[in-house]
Design a protein around this ligand. Structure first.
Ligand code: APR
Ligand code: PHB
Length: 389
């Protein structure tokens, strides 16, 4: 088989890249390790920047998001027993949309199917080869047989644990990492959200987040110990802990019910540099991870896909390598700002026992400042709604 761009991974980064390339007339094949159902069963975050929604519109896959997504003008920060609203629309003119990553992935898969593009699911032993030459290839095993795809470029969109980044050895690649000393325990429940907008809560017992998937489905998170197991968190314990970390009004109006999903995720900041190795590019979680406090993971995957697709369009349409030569630098400039913002949101909202009581008081001072100063609110808002790309 031959294609222009062989994409490894059918998560949001790979699927969006594939559709953008298709709209530019650039053929591509996606190789995905798992089944489509497996990919769709992963529960991830669910907040889209306007720029991300714009990319879905660009490929003709935005209708359902516009119909079912919940548009939010602001968020609330809770600390010291009360809630403080940040009106992002007033400060930036922009909004964000609550629309689950699972739904985004489904819409992208449907668009790909409708366009008749090839996706090989359950492709085992996917291996990017010869990307430091003009003739890269990707090999994989399907139903016991080995196949090879000759291509012009390889796009490594295979997530944090993928093979693409792992195929590059130092000193060609440099990585930067911080692992946070806690995790997020998240649950999904078919109960109405406690509040119409998201509540990010700083509490002496630890961070809590109230978010949602729809008007009848809630998503809640509490900061937990890194070595906690979900079995230690029966629903009642979760609801009690969440209630204790919210302001009185929210605690009193919280509607609880059985969880339909419960999982613990570690928090990490990670960046790999560069994002291009000859004829192989990295995009999305394959290149960087941010803690979910800034809701940036999916949106960075989308901006990478946009930068890469534009660079490849320039290569094929204008016979110019300028875009692909600058891809890594351009993408990383935006990535690092989101890494900075996500780290900062994490640092002001979570309990860091190693920072002591002085650390906790400094957090409260910062939150007080951030919710009173116009300059600080504007800065938070413009990062939260997404920096331009
Ligand atoms: N071969 C083929 N496919 C692979 C391989 C491999 N060796 N390794 C991983 N994959 C697939 C995974 O099964 C997954 O479907 O690559 C895909 C990567 O998808 P994601 O992990 O969702 O990463 P990405 O597309 O970059 O999306 C980033 O996901 O983790 C969230 O918060 C993050 O929302 C952000 C988004
Ligand atoms: C979510 O809806 O799951 C979500 C929203 C905002 C975040 C993190 C997760 O910052």
């Amino acid at each position: 088989m031959r294609t222009k761009v062989a994409i490894i991974g059918a998560g949001p980064a790979g699927l969006l890249l594939g559709q953008l390339l298709h709209t530019y007339g650039i053929d591509n094949v996606i190789l995905e390790k798992h089944t489509a159902d497996y990919v769709l069963a992963r529960i991830r975050a669910g907040l889209l920047e306007e720029g991300t929604v714009g990319l879905l519109d660009q490929i003709g896959a935005g209708q359902r998001a516009h119909h079912e997504g919940l548009v939010h003008d602001g968020i609330e920060l809770a600390f010291g027993g009360s809630r403080h609203r940040i009106d992002m629309k007033a400060f930036t003119g922009k909004t964000v949309m609550i629309y689950g990553q699972t739904e985004v992935t489904l819409d992208l898969m449907n668009a790909r199917r409708a366009a008749g593009l090839t996706t090989v699911y359950e492709a085992a032993d996917v291996t990017p080869l010869d990307f430091d030459t003009d003739h890269p290839r990707v090999t994989y095993v399907k139903d016991g047989a080995t196949h090879a795809i000759a291509c012009d470029f390889i796009a490594g969109c295979d997530g944090f644990h993928g093979i693409s980044r792992a195929s590059v050895k130092p000193p060609a690649i440099e990585t930067f990492e911080r692992v946070y000393p806690f995790g997020w325990l998240g649950i999904l429940s078919d109960t109405p959200p406690v509040s119409h907008e998201l509540i990010y809560s700083n509490h002496a017992r630890g961070f809590a987040l109230c978010t949602m998937r729809s008007r009848s489905r809630s998503r809640y998170y509490v900061q937990c110990a890194l070595d906690d197991q979900v079995e230690q968190w029966p629903d009642d314990r979760f609801w009690d802990e969440l209630r204790r970390r919210l302001d009185q009004k929210a605690a009193d109006s919280l509607i609880t019910g059985p969880s339909i999903e419960k999982s613990i995720a570690p928090l990490r900041s990670f960046v790999a540099e560069p994002m291009r190795f000859g004829r192989m590019f990295l995009a999305g979680d394959a290149a960087h991870i941010v803690p979910p406090t800034g809701a940036k993971g999916l949106n960075l995957a989308a901006s990478d896909a946009h930068y890469l697709a534009s660079a490849l369009r320039e290569y094929y349409d204008e016979k110019s390598s300028a875009g692909i030569d600058h891809y890594s630098e351009t993408a990383l400039a935006r990535v690092w700002k989101a890494v900075r913002f996500s780290w900062w949101m994490t640092s002001i909202l979570h309990k860091f026992p190693e920072n002591g009581t002085i650390g906790a008081r400094i957090q409260l001072a910062e939150l007080d400042y951030v919710t009173r100063s116009k300059a600080a609110m504007t800065s938070l808002a413009e990062n939260y709604v997404g920096l331009p790309f």
